[in-house]
Design a protein around this ligand. Structure first.
Ligand SMILES: *[C@@H]1O[C@H](CO)[C@@H](O)[C@H](O)[C@H]1NC(C)=O
Ligand SMILES: *[C@@H]1O[C@H](CO)[C@@H](O)[C@H](O)[C@H]1NC(C)=O
Length: 479
């Protein structure tokens, strides 16, 4: 009797295991048959490109990459049809394209079409109070499935970092896959925060305080990172937007040979062509310019401390000519409080005659301020990139940036012979460098200014488009 029931249990278990093993296989076979032909546009002379960008009308830096990329593809290939998968249901084609022209000054040709996705809600963070990463990623798989049923392209390009869609499009859809990642879904930094039990937005207090929950969360993150690596590696061509992202993607996806760093296009054309003006035209005032929102991580107090140190190492006559000009927008009340704190601190350090605030200024005023400036100042620790640094350099300022993150890895070169700016850590170091720049002859300054201006070319739209095309070229070769 007993041995009978044991046998039954064993048999049931075996059945369950077999089902669990075969069910995915059955689903995959079913999907492969379903997508064998039906959703493809069958025209041998046309290459269809599907670009996955569910938030295509957001108008940010990620969208600049999208539109500049499309512009590049259009100018290189005439036999392509481009389809953008978007979840912006309220925007029709003309409205989106007109906006692109207005916002980014990019005019696209006619072969762009939009494919509307109705399931975008599945990738929104707010739907996943717990297990957000996994939830969103599975959601993106579902959204990707919807996309695939609407159009099965020859080449699939994801420009928003939804890596879980790649295996779907590759193995079921039979597409070639390229990706452009701005920000890894999970990074070593996040794992480290959990491990050290730091409380941050993705690590709640309850978890940080409880060792068991911390261990469980570590497991979850590790498992997720493992999955993220598996799906990410299925891409044929991987593009990343900076050294920072490259490091993280390489450590999780582990295919550095297929990974290319392509800086996103910055709109620096106007700045690079701004005429340089000489010191007399600047009224013999040495302006040190900082551009940045008044957010805590921008570390404006360090600028004031640097000024305080500077005062002690330059003579009084020079000091009278120095101005620190803080340019930035204030978005909310907190920002305004920080501006007020900054003003108080500058009074406290007796710098208030040498520090100016220019809040919410127009683009024309910004150009003027950049032109009148001599030195650019940046103090944020570990910034991922630092577009304001690039802008200052393009405008001809001599940049002193924080020796960490993107400024150090991607932007500023300090080797003699190719120096295009300076890096510093502490207030005294900043002060010494600034004093040293002030003492330079015009010729010495010009050498750095010119090096800076030509070095930022690698962040121009032109350079981006060239690299984007060069990197994707293998996908267009017919096998
Ligand atoms: C890359 O993307 C991230 C996330 O959007 C952004 O913070 C960073 O500044 C970008 N890097 C560059 C070089 O634009
Ligand atoms: C700057 O603009 C923001 C929002 O547009 C506004 O709330 C703030 O009061 C402005 N600040 C100044 C100093 O004009």
């Amino acid at each position: 009797m007993l041995s009978d029931s044991v046998a039954i249990i064993k048999l049931t278990l075996l059945c369950l295991v077999l089902c669990a093993l075969f069910l995915p296989l059955i689903i995959i076979v079913f999907l492969k048959v379903k997508f064998a032909k039906s959703y493809r546009i069958n025209n041998k002379n046309i290459i269809t490109i599907g670009i996955f960008h569910p938030y295509c009308s957001a108008g940010g830096g990620g969208e600049r990459v999208l539109w500049a990329g499309i512009q590049a593809l259009q100018s290189k290939y005439k036999n392509v049809q481009i389809y953008i998968y978007t979840g912006d249901l309220d925007a029709d084609r003309d409205k989106i394209l007109n906006n692109v022209e207005k916002l980014f000054n990019i005019k696209l040709e006619d072969n762009v079409n939009f494919i509307y996705l109705f399931q975008r809600k599945w990738v929104e963070t707010k739907n996943y109070p717990y297990f957000t990463l996994l939830g969103q990623s599975l959601g993106s798989l579902w959204l990707g499935y919807e996309a695939l049923t609407l159009l099965q392209p020859d080449i699939f390009i994801d420009t928003m970092g939804y890596a879980f869609t790649y295996p779907l499009f590759k193995y079921i859809g039979g597409c070639k896959i390229a990706s452009y990642t701005h920000y890894p879904t999970i990074s070593k930094d996040m794992l480290r925060h959990v491990y050290r039990r730091v409380i941050v937005h993705n690590n709640r207090q309850v978890i940080a305080r409880n060792p068991f929950l911390t261990a469980a969360k570590m497991m979850y993150y590790k498992m997720f990172a493992f999955l993220y690596g598996i799906v990410g590696r299925t891409a044929d061509i991987i593009m990343v937007n900076s050294s920072w992202t490259e490091d993280h993607i390489n450590s999780i996806w582990k295919c550095p040979l297929r990974t290319h760093r392509i800086y996103p296009p910055c709109d620096i054309e106007k700045l690079v062509n701004l005429p340089l003006i000489n010191d007399e035209e600047k009224g013999d005032i040495i302006r040190i310019i900082s551009i940045g929102q008044f957010r805590p991580e921008k570390n404006h107090p360090l600028m004031l401390r640097a000024m305080y140190e500077l005062r002690s190492i330059v003579d009084e006559n020079t000091w009278q000519k120095i101005r620190l000009i803080l340019i930035g927008s204030t978005r909310n009340n907190d920002d305004e409080i920080r501006v007020k704190d900054m003003k108080d601190l500058s009074k406290h350090l007796a710098l208030d005659k040498n520090v100016e605030f220019q809040l919410n200024i127009s683009y024309a005023e910004l150009l003027n301020a950049l032109q009148q400036g001599t030195i650019g100042l940046h103090t944020m620790w570990n910034e991922h990139f630092g577009i304001s640094i690039v802008e200052c350099m393009a405008a001809g300022l001599i940049m002193v940036a924080h020796a960490s993150g993107g400024p150090k890895a991607d932007i500023i070169e300090t080797q003699t012979g190719s120096r295009n700016g300076f890096l510093a850590n502490e207030a005294e170091e900043y002060a010494q460098i600034i004093a040293c720049i002030i003492k330079m002859t015009t010729n010495e300054k010009d050498i750095i200014r010119n090096a800076a201006r030509s070095s930022v070319n690698r962040f121009s739209t032109e350079h981006f488009e060239k690299e984007f095309i060069r990197t994707l070229e293998p996908l267009f070769r017919s096998e």
